[in-house]
Write a protein that binds this ligand. Sequence first.
Ligand SMILES: Cc1ncc(COP(=O)(O)O)c(C=O)c1O
Length: 371
Amino acid sequence: MLPVSERMNARLHDLVPGGAHTYAKGDDQYPEGLAPVISHGRGAHVWDVDGNVYLEYGSGLRSVSLGHAHPRVLAAVRYELERGSNFVRPSAVEAAAAELFLETVPTAEMVKFAKNGSDATTAAVRLARAATGRTLVALCRDHPFFSTDDWFIGGTPMNAGIPAQPTVGFPYGDLAALGDLLAHHDGQVACIVMEPATQSEPPPGYLEGVRELATRHGAVLVFDEMITGFRWSEAGAQSVYGVTPDLSTFGKALGNGFAVSALAGRRDLMEQGGLRHDRERVFLLSTTHGAETHSLAAAMAVMRTYAEDGIAARLHALGDRLAAGVRAAAEGMGVGEHVLVRGRASNLVFATLDADAGRRSSTGRCSCASS
Ligand SMILES: Cc1ncc(COP(=O)(O)O)c(C=O)c1O
């Protein structure tokens, strides 16, 4: 059905382990014979190498919320490309991007940029361990993905090649369970790592309770805002729910498809990766390409577009329309009980149920959260 894509998929498997850089993009994630290889995209649409056009709901694994090849983002990127993308010293763009980020996410006091979300979350864990002198990481087990690094992948079924990792898990939404966990490992938990919300809203008082428990037990609270950032609001879910973590991590939609992520948070913690203190220094996100000018320019264009064009509100309004439309269409076809639309309007997840409507048979592409 997609002959050119099929040939190219076979070639990709010959050349690239898994046939795609990102596992969530692999052809094993798609119905057999229906895994297109993409030629290009514009706005909400992508074209495959067979000449078909699609509405790409998953939008670059949720990294492209303004649409592919967005003119304002491209103009900002082109401007910096002409002026050079990497130097031996920080660029003025790094300072401007940091200023704009901290205006956009006012709950954070400092920020450091990187290329991938995983790097930012791993850096948060390292900072927390250094700051607390503890090693144990408490992870929300209901959240599918935090990092490609050993501390997280070691606890997944795909953990070949990774030695045992010091992590413990807790369920989302259950304050008592987290309290018990922290009491059981009293004085050992360096950080609590979680998304502030996913498919369901936090129960009333839950995030406030997590904040209080983290403070009481001396653990660093890390909100992974890779998905919620620039979907719940450009200031993250932390601003929507009014609960401030110690550290938070952003990526995905921050660059509208360009590689940029951010670790942000409390000055006293972040400064441990800096020069202006006498404490032991933390090696914090220092890489050759971490502050490429054009990716930071993309992030700035994204932040300005969100603020000026009210993008977060628009994502919610469009999501409400889409959810209502999908539900009505499913009802109209007599399969209303079998097609579920869940989650926040700006980040809908679709699921289909088997004939007995009790067992989930598959989830939509948009539900892929992990790399
Ligand atoms: C919640 C969350 N955190 C972290 C990551 C890792 O980000 P990246 O793939 O940019 O390294 C992902 C990726 O899917 C994610 O969904």
